[in-house]
Design a protein around this ligand. Sequence first.
Ligand code: FAD
Length: 396
Amino acid sequence: MHTTVGIIGGGPAGLLLARLLHNSGIDCVVLESRDRAYVEHRQRAGILEQSTVDVLRSSGAGERLDREGLVHDGIELRWDRKAHRIDFPSLTGGRRVWVYAQTEVCKDLIALQLKDGAPLLFEAQVLAVEGATANIKTGDRPVIRYTHEGQDKTLICDYVVGCDGFHGVARDAVPESIKKTYERVYPYSWFGILADVPPSSDELVYAHSPRGFALLSMRSPSVSRLYLQVPNGTDPADWSDERIWDELDARFAIDGDWTLERGPITSKGVLPMRSFVSEPMSYGRVFLAGDAAHIVPPTGAKGLNLAAADVIVLARAFANLKDTGSAELLDAYSDTCLKRVWRAEHFSYFMTSTLHTDPDQSAFETRLQISQLDRIASSPYAAAELAENYAGLHIG
Ligand SMILES: Cc1cc2nc3c(=O)[nH]c(=O)nc-3n(C[C@H](O)[C@H](O)[C@H](O)COP(=O)(O)OP(=O)(O)OC[C@H]3O[C@@H](n4cnc5c(N)ncnc54)[C@H](O)[C@@H]3O)c2cc1C
């Protein structure tokens, strides 16, 4: 099999790239190791930035998002038993975010792809990428080796895009001699639950508390998504439903009227927190996009949005190559994306380290966190810095 762009991974990055390439008349094939049900039900991100929503709409995948997505104009921060709202549109010139689960984004993109898009193979496990620097003028091409339906197969491509997440194989195509990785593993995890109960707030609530961080989020008007900071290695089985709700109650507590509504918990999981960047994001004819190249802790709601931003830049570069013959934008891909990636890395680190309690944290460091939160509440400039990063920077 031969294609122009071989895409490894059918998560949000791979699926959106395939849609954008299809709309530009560029042929591609997506190889996804898991089955369709797994990809469509993997609980992950839930917040879409304005530019992610814009690209889903313009690519034809925005219909259900417009019908079912919840528009949010701000978030609430809580600390010291008080609450402060950050209003995005007034601080960012009209930008806002949408609550629409990653599972739904994937379902919408898969449905479109299977209806009229390029081939999307589930249960196609990629083993290796070869020939990143192949000279196609002499007939050489990069090759993706994979297994499908019990057979070893090859996909010959003009270009390969690794959208295969943090544990994927595409990053191995970049030689160790030129690859630089930057990493921070945080000394705590998120314990996330889904509960069949209407969210107790119209907007997300981020709580700093002496007991650790908590986040109130939602998936729909009837499903709440809540997170607790827990020690690394926490076993969800050690937490009864009652203990979870009691702990959430304690961390969200403020002076004044507010009740955390409880309901049946339908899912529990623990998520380690990591910041990670692998540079460069391209080598020869191989490009990396999304979690394959970078990871952020979810506190800033940036992971899915960064994945979308990467493939917007990449799809534009492939379209430019097709229309003009110029590889200039493709050559600039890694540098263009890394500027945005590092900004998002910093913002995610800032949100994480400002709101969580490090197990070794001193009283001095806690006072710095409180001082920073007070500053955001009292200065429109500090609030605007948070709002602009949260609602999403313009794509370069
Ligand atoms: C619990 C949780 C909460 C999160 N919350 C948020 C949030 O609120 N906002 C936000 O923006 N982000 C959030 N994120 C991050 C976000 O989910 C990821 O950044 C996003 O999934 C990245 O998309 P991706 O397509 O790059 O990678 P992935 O979603 O990881 O997709 C990679 C795909 O490649 C496939 N694959 C892997 N290896 C191979 C192989 N060898 N061969 C073939 N296929 C392969 C995988 O099966 C997968 O489908 C969260 C993540 C988690 C885990």
